[in-house]
Design a binder for this molecule. Structure first.
Ligand code: KIV
Length: 269
């Protein structure tokens, strides 16, 4: 079992499923939020390739490079003491060949301090997953709606609504498990399909837009904090309205400067 002050390992994550404990996962991209999320006691921090959208301002995750992932993972690794830190392998950093995947996943572990990597893809990357695990790199899978496939899907559409598609996603889940992954993200699939996969697999499922029956849940941290308030996703629950707080703080500070109230005597040397 996971205990306080002991870094969470992949074995803890797997055991949490057996014990019926929900796995709490959240993204982070910098030392500030990674430290706060870690101190809040979550189990897993993912340096998601969503950084392309929320940090870099791209319209999708396609432009993210392995050097970007390493840069952001390194910042998080400096402060994360307990949570399992996972680097998300960006588009075309592992699809070319098993050698390419080994090289780049190895960099995430050696240069950045990740303790596992996440790869999008089903049965077609099972051999890559197997090889990474064989050399000592724990892998988290990611199936269902795979954001790196956005140009094939033509948008971020729910996957697995049709029965043939649902069967393929189930086969993908089993292939990734059999290849040795320690957990698997299920993104934007029908609730019932996520429940069926969760029941079938021995490894934990971590859901995003996949309903409540997964073994754990993950969100993009800026969505949870209400920072990315230009979006209104059905599957997100905001626990703060940080974007509005930031606007209000900057507006109030500007007003105080203009009125001569800031800085005051106590704030000066
Ligand atoms: O890139 C990301 O942030 C992700 C999670 C939301 C699962 O893949």
């Amino acid at each position: 079992m996971k205990s306080e002050n002991t870094p969470v390992t992949v074995n803890h994550i797997i055991a949490m499923k057996r014990h019926g404990e929900k796995i709490i996962a959240l993204t982070a991209y910098d030392a500030m939020f990674a430290r706060l999320e870690d101190e809040a006691g979550i189990d897993l921090i993912l340096v998601g390739d969503s950084l392309g959208m929320v940090v870099q301002g791209h319209k999708d995750t396609i432009p993210v490079t392995i050097d970007d992932t390493i840069y952001h993972t390194r910042a998080c690794a400096k402060v994360v003491k307990q949570a399992l830190l996972v680097s998300d392998m960006p588009f075309m950093s592992y699809q070319e060949s098993i050698e390419q995947a080994l090289h780049n996943a190895g960099r995430c572990m050696k240069e950045a301090g990740a303790r596992a990597v996440k790869l999008e893809g089903g049965a077609f990357i099972a051999e890559t997953v197997r090889r990474l695990v064989e050399v000592g790199i724990p892998v988290m899978g990611h199936i269902g709606m795979q954001p790196q496939m956005v140009n094939i899907y033509g948008g971020y559409k729910i996957q697995g609504k049709k029965s043939e598609q649902a069967k393929q996603i189930m086969r993908d889940a089993e292939a990734i498990q059999n290849a040795g992954a320690f957990s698997i993200v299920l993104e934007k699939i029908p609730r019932q399909l996520a429940a069926d996969i969760t029941k079938k697999l021995k490894i934990p499922t971590i859901g995003i837009a996949a309903g409540p029956d997964c073994d754990g849940q993950i969100l993009v941290n800026y969505d949870l904090f209400g920072l990315a308030d230009q979006f209104n996703f059905k599957f997100v629950r905001r626990y703060m309205e940080m974007a509005q707080d930031v606007r209000n703080a900057v507006a109030k500070w500007s007003e105080d400067i203009r009125s001569g109230d800031f800085p005051n005597d106590d704030e000066s040397f």
